[in-house]
Design a protein around this ligand. Structure first.
Ligand code: ADP
Ligand code: DP6
Ligand code: CO
Length: 339
């Protein structure tokens, strides 16, 4: 019997991935950039057991048994096993996978990213695989390739039809910008109406705005935000982050029928951030929304106390905002996270 347990971080994109050019290989239309969050507060934790005595393969997620035959799980397992030494005894054993997220699943808080990064990393430990695995995590969920690394991470869309160059790389390490913080304002922790996968598929099929984004917008934003991160220029970072979140949700509205992920509370948070920045005479706080109503707020430590007191005042007893989680950024390398 062999047992491995790993934890992996969620990552919150500042330049968004939204739209695939290949559904099967999960190849994106554009590059994206994110920060991996500290695993102290939000993470996926996955244990994999392999034994010659197991009669079949099993998979549990958050205590509920799931099918083992989903195409994404099968693709990850196939790709990992293709890189493994077939002479290892565990190569022929059945496995049991047990994973839990300590935060809402499928609510637009990157559970698929943390979940598949953790699964693929744990499989790599089980089968003793060294080297690049972000391309395999990508087969589980696109955003998962970025959670393989800590710090600030870029997912390169790649050019090869095989997807071999569609991998994640770290653009700055975990301790590069130690003053950076994220606060997650949880507006609604229910499962979203349409998954990221189905939402972005509809977008690719019906939106014309997405072509403008891919052709004329993203490449420049990737350059601008990389420079902002490397120079620790918060003003430029914040403006680019907010504009990119707004563009992703504009494209969701341009999808037919529209994919509405943000709600009234989300829009109230957007207004609050802009009023706050106007009052503070600069871009001191940045919001970004994934495919859900929950706000991720990037800000520097020096701004945290004042911003939280304003949130508490505007949303008394956290009305509309169910709770918040303050996160220090960024997390360490994933390979230090084996527990
Ligand atoms: P989110 O915004 O939370 O990433 P998605 O719609 O992208 O939501 O993906 C949610 C799906 O990701 C879940 O329905 C499940 O299939 C998968 N997932 C979430 N957490 C895990 C996990 N820990 N291990 C494996 N798969 C997971
Ligand atoms: C809005 O990676 O969840 O969070 O590749 O189909 O699994 P699939 O989608 P997923 O999409 C994430 C979209 C996003 C933006 C981002 O993380 O870049
Ligand atoms: Co996801």
């Amino acid at each position: 019997m062999k047992v491995v347990t790993c934890v992996a971080p969620v990552n919150i994109a500042v330049i968004k991935y939204w739209g695939k050019r290949d559904e099967e290989l999960i190849l994106p239309i554009n590059d994206s950039i994110s920060a991996s969050l500290s695993t102290d507060i939000m993470c996926a934790k996955t244990t994999i057991m392999a034994s010659p005595l197991f009669k079949e393969n099993k998979f549990w997620l958050n205590g509920k048994e799931q099918t083992f035959d989903s195409p994404r799980l099968s693709n990850c397992i196939k790709a990992i096993r293709a890189r493994c030494d077939g002479a290892l005894p565990q190569f022929t054993w059945n496995i049991s996978i047990c994973s839990e997220n300590n935060f809402p699943t499928a609510a637009g808080l990157a559970s698929s990213a943390a979940g598949y990064a953790c699964l693929v990393y744990a499989l790599a430990q089980l089968y003793e695989i060294k080297g690049e695995i972000s391309d395999i995590a990508r087969l589980g969920s696109g955003s998962a390739c970025r959670s393989i690394y800590g710090g600030w991470v870029q997912w390169h869309k790649g050019d090869l039809p095989t997807g071999a160059d569609s991998i994640a790389t770290q653009i700055a390490p975990a301790d590069h910008w130690p003053e950076m913080r994220i606060i997650v304002l949880v507006v609604n922790d229910c499962r979203k109406k349409y998954s990221s996968t189905s939402g972005m598929k509809k977008t690719t099929e019906t939106s014309t705005l997405i072509q403008h984004r891919a052709k004329n917008v993203v490449d420049q934003r990737i350059k601008t935000i990389t420079k902002a991160i490397l120079n620790k220029d918060f003003e430029s970072f914040a403006e680019t982050t907010m504009k990119d979140s707004n563009q992703m949700h504009a494209i969701c509205m341009d999808t037919f029928p529209p994919c509405v992920y943000m709600n009234d509370t989300s829009h109230a948070i957007v207004n609050l951030v802009h009023s706050y920045n106007e009052y503070r005479k600069g871009q001191k706080v940045a919001y970004t929304f994934d495919a859900g109503p929950n706000a991720c707020i990037y800000l520097l430590q020096s701004e945290v106390e004042q911003f939280i007191s304003v949130v508490n005042y505007v949303f008394p007893q956290l009305a509309g905002v169910e709770y918040y989680r303050g996160l220090s950024l960024p997390n360490k390398q994933l390979d230090q996270k084996i527990v």
